[in-house]
Ligand binder design. Structure first.
Ligand code: GAP
Length: 512
């Protein structure tokens, strides 16, 4: 087998989206009513993959760390929480409209896209030079000395520093001026006819109870983290937790994203897997480094190559942080944020203490003093992890017999089904025997049973949803209680004893 010369990344991304729908991973929400932008439903295979990612994260964070426990807090929370956290006043995006196309954009995304184009030019120069110099090529030296590349880099630095300074000062007139000076045009109308830049809050609000007007206004949480902060003392006291300790949570978050694009990368309703780690003041930066390393190890444990990930340290820190880094993943549309690791200081607990009037302090028996702990947060998007795993797994192969197959090379631990049970034909007592095997296996694994269509077509269908092992029941099974086990990636088949299937599959599915 060899890999098809994959089309360009945009085509591949379109194929992944189409594949997700065709094979029951992801459907556009409310499709029969023409859908809703940036809202998606997970189908029968998608929900299994998603649940397996959650379980994999939970096991790594909660089960393997004795000092981390989980919670599941409500989506609705007291509205003052969002005032204290800064979300009411500061959780907004700078927006700009194009007067000709009437399309609305995030000013920061327009600038970032412009910077990405310059970065592409640098990457192309590096690629060309690498080819030219061959093995002697020293990329770092080239980046530091090539005049054209240095000029591009200076341009990027100048744009970023002006942009972040303007945003920091809320000088939106300068953000607009920068967009104009960079000659950024609307991708639809091609014009530079921009409105002023203004801030737009991303929180969804709704009414609770029958209270009129603003009195009953509540928000759909834009992050799960605040549910952890406001339960900090409940968990610490009821769980007799000693600092350092963490609280983890997986749950829905909602943001009224303006630029809704790139499939499940940026959604209005999504899920986060977050952990807040409470530490002694002054020790937060050590823990920040620790969690950066722990989290990258977790991603790499999924078997995706290291080159698909990189750290991006933040220049511009959020209002609550004294250090922050993203783990970026190379999606089909380029490197983008997958996870945020933030040293949030004591900002949140201090703010909740002030707004609620309740003490949120920890008595440290070793130091014999009380303090508000500092917090290091790890926050990874579940849907983005899904997209990273799926887009890496999607492979088109040309086989030796000239046929092609699409296979999802998912890590077995995440695959929706671990085993497919397939009678070779739907007659001659094979289905009965296959059912007997299925009834045994399903006690241990998520299994799929299929008897319709030729065995070849059924193998392809299982490949397309990423099932790592197919068990085939044939006439020999009736004679000597053996079956064949087919490996998804190599397509090789082996004959094994029926009573060894569980053991063999278990050994091959390397779990955490
Ligand atoms: N509590 C910190 C926090 O929410 P964030 O960087 O805004 O930080 C954390 O979000 C992670 O949540 C991101 O790295 C991303 O994976 C995911 N995320 C954020 N907005 C998202 C969206 N609109 N759609 C899908 N995932 C999103």
């Amino acid at each position: 087998m060899y890999f098809c010369n994959m089309a360009n990344n945009e085509d591949i991304f379109k194929k992944i989206i189409a594949h997700s729908k065709e094979y029951g991973f992801i459907f556009p929400s409310s499709e029969i009513y023409d859908g809703m932008a940036a809202v998606y439903d997970y189908g029968q295979n998608g929900v299994e993959l998603k649940n397996n990612i959650k379980a994999y994260w939970w096991k790594a964070m909660v089960q393997y760390h004795e000092n981390i426990v989980g919670i599941d807090s409500a989506i609705f929370m007291h509205p003052t929480i969002w005032k204290a956290s800064g979300h009411v006043d500061a959780f907004s995006d700078p927006l700009i409209d194009n007067k000709d196309s009437k399309k609305r954009y995030r000013a920061d995304v327009l600038v970032e896209d412009h910077v990405a184009k310059i970065q592409d030019k640098i990457n192309k120069e590096v690629e060309k030079a690498a080819k030219r110099f061959g093995e002697t090529f020293d990329e770092q030296q080239y980046l530091n000395t090539n005049p054209r590349v240095m000029e591009y880099q200076q341009k990027i630095e100048a744009i970023n520093s002006r942009f972040y300074a303007a945003l920091g000062k809320e000088d939106f007139a300068d953000v607009k001026a920068l967009i104009e000076e960079l000659g950024i045009v609307c991708p639809i109308s091609g014009s530079r006819n921009w409105t002023e830049v203004r801030q737009f809050n991303l929180m969804f609000s709704t009414q609770m109870g029958s209270v009129s007007e603003d009195a009953g206004q509540v928000y759909l949480r834009p992050e799960t983290a605040q549910g952890i902060f406001v339960n900090f003392l409940n968990v610490q006291k009821s769980g007799r937790m000693k600092i350092p300790f963490g609280i983890a949570q997986i749950g829905k978050a909602f943001r009224n994203e303006i630029v809704a694009r790139q499939f499940i990368f940026r959604m209005r309703e999504f899920e986060q897997m977050e952990m807040q780690f409470f530490v002694r003041p002054g020790e937060e930066l050590q823990w920040f480094e620790y969690w950066k390393q722990e989290r990258i190890k977790w991603h790499l444990s999924l078997g995706i190559p290291e080159k698909k990930y990189r750290f991006h340290d933040h220049d511009k820190l959020a209002h609550y942080a004294n250090a922050a880094a993203d783990i970026e993943f190379e999606f089909p549309f380029g490197f983008k944020e997958l996870e945020g690791i933030h040293s949030r200081t004591d900002f949140d607990l201090k703010a909740h203490q002030e707004y609620s009037g309740k003490k949120l302090q920890y008595f440290d028996p070793e130091l014999n003093e009380s303090y508000i702990p500092y917090v290091v947060e790890t926050s990874v998007g579940l849907d983005r992890t899904f997209l990273a795993v799926l887009s890496h797994a999607y492979t088109e192969e040309k086989l030796e017999d000239g046929s092609e197959r699409v296979v999802l090379n998912l890590p077995p631990v995440l695959a929706p089904y671990k085993v497919a049970v397939l009678p070779l034909v739907a007659k001659d007592n094979l289905p009965e025997k296959a059912r007997e095997i299925m009834d045994q296996l399903k006690l241990n694994f998520q299994c799929s049973y299929e008897e319709k269509d030729s065995i070849g077509r059924r193998y392809r269908r299982q490949d397309a949803i990423g099932t790592p092992y197919c068990i085939t029941i044939d006439n020999e099974t009736l004679e000597n209680n053996t079956v064949t086990i087919r490996d998804r990636d190599t397509m090789k088949q082996e004959r094994i004893s029926m009573d060894k299937i569980t053991e063999v599959v278990q050994a091959r599915i390397k779990s955490l």
